[in-house]
Ligand binder design. Sequence first.
Ligand SMILES: Cc1cc2nc3c(=O)[nH]c(=O)nc-3n(C[C@H](O)[C@H](O)[C@H](O)COP(=O)(O)OP(=O)(O)OC[C@H]3O[C@@H](n4cnc5c(N)ncnc54)[C@H](O)[C@@H]3O)c2cc1C
Length: 444
Amino acid sequence: MRVALGLSPVRTSAGRRAQVSCGSSIGSDKKLIVVGGGAAGYFAAITAKREARSGDLDVCIVEQGKSLEKVRISGGGRCNVTNVEAEPLSLSSHYPRGHKELRGAFFREFSTADTFEWFESRGVPLKVEKDGRIFPQSDSSSSVIDCLQREARELDVELIEGRAVTQVNRVGENFDVVVKGEDRPMNSELLLLATGSSRTGWRIASGLGHTIVDPKPSLFTFKIPDNGNWKALAGISLQDCCCVLTAGGGAKFEQRGPMLITHWGVSGPAILKLSAWAARALGSNSYTAELNLDLCPQVPVEELTSEILRMKKLKNKAFSSLPLSMKETSFPRRLWGYLLSRQKIPEDARFSELKDKTLRKVALDCKRLALPVQGKGPFKEEFVTSGGVDLREVDLKTMRSKKINGLYFGGEVLNIDGETGGFNFQSAWTSGFLAGKDLAKRVS
Ligand SMILES: Cc1cc2nc3c(=O)[nH]c(=O)nc-3n(C[C@H](O)[C@H](O)[C@H](O)COP(=O)(O)OP(=O)(O)OC[C@H]3O[C@@H](n4cnc5c(N)ncnc54)[C@H](O)[C@@H]3O)c2cc1C
């Protein structure tokens, strides 16, 4: 990879000082320009270079900041590269935007198993965690970054960092790529837009005639108002919770899995998944909805109610002691105390002193705790954008634009986003691979 050394370092938008390419490199004509040096851009550039038999496919990545920055911060610095789910059809079901469209050739051509093999064969040993997420054995995203950069360098991919592409114009069958601060545009025959969730990327795609599905955030936590002392429960986690969200217009979404109570609301895998599937509905409803939690899905409501009612017979049993079935599921005591306080039951009350009606309400609350969602939480562990280039306008076997000859797309710039768990990088690797392969075929 040639990081062309600049005549003078410039300050990037992030305020970093970066070496940029000299005028001759920026001004010269290219075969393929990749806009965006993220996961998808790198994977496409590497694949195109590797697969091109003629060897004369010059590939240049133009990156506005520092390349692979999202890979660096991903997975809490560990980079959740992909997921153990490898069967193409099941894999596509993890994409709220794309689950129908990605059922075809997309993952059949390059699936999670291929990603695994790709990195391992290039000296990045990976490990599978209990929940199916795959990380580098080093537990450091720098292993992934070093591998991608080494591969690109060896293949002589040119990298221009610290320069934003502001505009792309179609000139005949070619593209004029306008780089901020440069008088002369770069010119290329082929163009790949891999700009992630950047507004400029979507503006460029739209300027070239593509439809952009309105971008909205996905993968976020929910804010719950502190009525009834919710904050005091912060830190409680349930290994198994069934979460049902009813958003505007009655749209219902359901997910089951681990759930965490935080000082601003709820989080954890079940909630993040719910946010992904409900991202569009929540976005159109100012992030307000009703959340119903089944805190104890292993125990049916009738069973729990009759168990609680039976406990009335235990004359001196304090109500604060957990029913046996809930003890077995390691139900948190603090949460049980919260359910009692919602029915205004004093801590020292005895089962025998309470009315059946009150006891039934506690059981029902445990099975269907209704909470108002009033916004998104600040959780930023993983965050993606739903929306982007309309998939109907892209051939998902090759990532070619159906509208403009020579234009390709890869990664999050497209209207594809996945659940948390490595699925978002997987769509970036797959789309980058497919684009790269087709680009190579085209020039060979
Ligand atoms: C905090 C965080 C953690 C995450 N962790 C994970 C994880 O562990 N596993 C997972 O699967 N997903 C994770 N994701 C999601 C994942 O990072 C994205 O899905 C993935 O990076 C998308 O790849 P991409 O190449 O399409 O876009 P990006 O990685 O965003 O790359 C796009 C690049 O284009 C550049 N660019 C944009 N506009 C221009 C322009 N006009 N000119 C030049 N360059 C431009 C950007 O600077 C950027 O470098 C995480 C996201 C976040 C925010």
